[in-house]
Design a protein around this ligand. Sequence first.
Ligand code: EPU
Length: 417
Amino acid sequence: MQKIWVEGGKPLVGEINIHGAKNALLPILAATIMINGETIIHNAPNLSDTAASLDILRKLGANIKQERSTIIINTSSAYSAILTEDLTGTMRSSIIYLGAMLARFAKANLAYPGGCKLGPRPIDIHLNALEKMGAKFDNSDDNIAANGTLTGTKISLPVASVGATENIILAATLAKGVTTIINAAKEPEIIDLANFLNSAGAKISGAGTPTIIIEGVPQLGSTEYKIMPDRIAATTYLAAAAITRGDVTINKISSNILTASLETFTQMGCDLDIKYDNIRLKSSARLKPLADIETAVYPGFATDVQPLFLACTTLANGTSKFTETIFENRYSINNELLKFGAKVQTDEQVATIYGKRRLKPANVTAQDLRGAAALTITALAAKGESIISNAHFIDRGYENFEQNLKQLGAQIARFNA
Ligand code: EPU
């Protein structure tokens, strides 16, 4: 098992570059299957989820070259293949291949998606929407099997699901006629997907608003595209600065996609210096508590950053309260935080954190990606040696995680045990 060793208790100081966004790259990789030609993607983070997605593309007959953060994908001779559980089981976003394959091949056959265990993660909204567009399903307990030529229609989402919005955009791009998505997800990664598809000849408008209109086109052509920066990775490194009372600048990201996170750091008493494409966070005093944080869809407080801020409040000067509204099981770190001496009470979707002056080092186990990052930054704030088990989760969403933290002065290393 991979573990992270941390000798904590030192403020992080320095600057790092923020890599491209995992949650923008993954649907864009799926979208390449719909392109008749070559796609060049820049700023693609090197993650285990990236590798998993490229394995799926290879299985579908794509020709792939990878050079640092550039991926060149040729899908001219792609074909429909069965995506078995070994390909789809490691990440939730494999479900996006359903829309992409239906669009390109009028059929799709894939095992159910995996991903972080954040509670039940149903796909009913995806399936209902595609069915409304004309897909016929013959699913088994393990497999989704769909076929049919898709036609544009009006789809009203019961929940502004990020993945379902992406699946519909993909399916609708090559469908006959116009698709309108009502109550669409507004996350910046949706805008990135629409911009990417439009660069290849799609006709998508309204991405980033609750109503997205997709005018189907007969085919997409070669394109070159740069992935947006990762707002969750950015918040992670700023949180590492906040919790260690450090002074960190993150480069290659603009503040406009980080509004909720930055407002929360300000609420905690951190000083922010915001420039065009960099942000500096200084935290010199004890953090202030967060009275009432509720996770929400974009532009609200993101569920993905909740464990990071929750970790920060374990050292705050007072009591904080979080309410998780998106996923049922986003509190996987709460019991682990107790091992650091933190005082955390969890009552279903509400967590109350009584801030302490100091944390002690601990041996803890991560259960998901953002939880692993949150436990690591907690360890960085606790004076002494801590170990975080299940470090492989980090590689799903952070490129060069330990190297970046080392660059900021952290004493951190990965080992196998
Ligand atoms: N939902 C349904 N039915 C569906 C789809 C979603 O009930 O068919 C529910 C979910 O159970 C959840 C809510 O709708 O309660 C929102 O889920 P959503 O579909 O928006 O999430 P997702 O597409 O599965 C993406 C990100 C997550 C991020 C969420 C919320 C990717 C690959 N994943 O997941 O990112 O937490 O949106 O913003 O884009 C991560 O990066 O660590 C991560 C988990």
